[in-house]
Design a protein around this ligand. Structure first.
Ligand code: SF4
Length: 232
């Protein structure tokens, strides 16, 4: 017997369409955003203790990636895709904290170079005894997964650069020393003219201090050769 208030249907209830399975791209983007968010909030927590803001931390990272740890303020602004006054302000704050030194060019007073101090080098390096959370997470991937992920990251970074979201990228694929697919050896098919040695997919660089930008024609040809040989 039916209970009072129970609604009876003469036909089976047609359920609303279940939520469609989301395409893999949506999941990938959500995952990447989740990682970005986690790293950002981790940085905020860490910077809260060390007194460094995210932009100041990024300036230190730019200087660390430079040969001799020196860069012009305009270059820092370009790499971080921020306005010159914003970069100058971050550099001035870092100088007050004795993490960088500023020098004005003797030949051109408008040019200011910024150099990482020993204290700044230590601050930017983190704790060598304690690997970062991302290094720990990446170490859980198999070597094959790491190689696939590196190739995928290179493609993502290249596309973001093409879209103007990343201004400066020091990756092998756009470096004048990069020779893609020069060898038959699948483990080390590429070559770096700078170190004059073969490169494997596992040793491709995404932020190389020796990087020098290739002319557009060379970079386009290298990218075509590199990306066409990748298995999707
Ligand atoms: S110099 Fe660096 S970025 Fe250029 S090809 Fe060699 S390893 Fe790659």
């Amino acid at each position: 017997m039916a209970e009072a208030g129970t609604v009876h249907h003469s036909k089976p209830i047609t359920l609303l369409n279940p939520k469609p399975v989301e395409p893999v791209m949506t999941q990938l983007v959500a995952g990447l955003e989740r990682i970005g968010l986690a790293m950002k909030s981790r940085t905020w927590r860490r910077e809260g203790r060390s007194g460094l803001g995210p932009l100041q931390r990024q300036v230190l990272a730019v200087l660390q990636s430079q040969p001799k740890h020196v860069a012009q303020v305009s270059q820092i602004a370009e790499e971080l895709a921020v306005r010159l006054p914003t970069a100058s302000e971050a550099v001035a704050t870092l100088e007050r904290k004795r993490l960088v030194r500023r020098r004005r060019s003797k030949s051109d007073g408008r040019v200011v170079t910024v150099e990482l101090s020993a204290k700044g080098l230590r601050a930017g390096s983190g704790n060598p005894q304690k690997p970062s959370a991302l290094i720990t997470a990446t170490a859980t991937l198999s070597p094959r997964e790491q190689a696939s992920m590196l190739t995928a990251l290179i493609k993502l970074i290249k596309s973001l650069q093409d879209q103007g979201e990343i201004s400066v990228v020091r990756m092998c694929v756009s470096c004048r020393y990069f020779r893609p697919n020069r060898y038959d050896d699948p483990a080390k098919p590429h070559h770096c003219d700078y170190v004059n040695a073969p490169l494997g997919d596992m040793t491709l660089r995404t932020n190389c201090p020796e990087y020098e930008s290739a002319p557009k024609g060379q970079a386009d040809a290298a990218w075509a050769a590199f990306s066409n040989s990748r298995i999707a």
